[in-house]
Design a protein around this ligand. Sequence first.
Ligand SMILES: [Zn+2]
Length: 125
Amino acid sequence: MALDHFKSHVVWLILVGTPEEALKLLAENYQVDIPALKVGMPKKNKLKAYGCYTAKNQTIYVRNSDILVNPLVILHEFYHHLRSRAVDRVHRGTENKADQFAMDFILQYQMALKETHQKDQKSSS
Ligand SMILES: [Zn+2]
């Protein structure tokens, strides 16, 4: 698996607290509108979710500000944004794919960290 710098950069942007920048990059890359990002869940939402996506207003909601730096949740919800134009509007069944989408980004970030670490070791020896 080759290192994907775009994906690791997106994860990094979320981790350092600039999820809006990450969403902007993602939207550009996948050629979709930039989704809005709001802290606080819509009233009707189920209790335990960390985040949710509403296609009607293209908004990603997160439970609290801690979630803004959680790339798994942000990327998972972005996947719903990405897929919201698709014919199947059914939320069920896409959950696994949304998790896979998010995990792929995380893996790329972890690989990038490893690569950086290996470079450090070489230069210090
Ligand atoms: Zn979901």
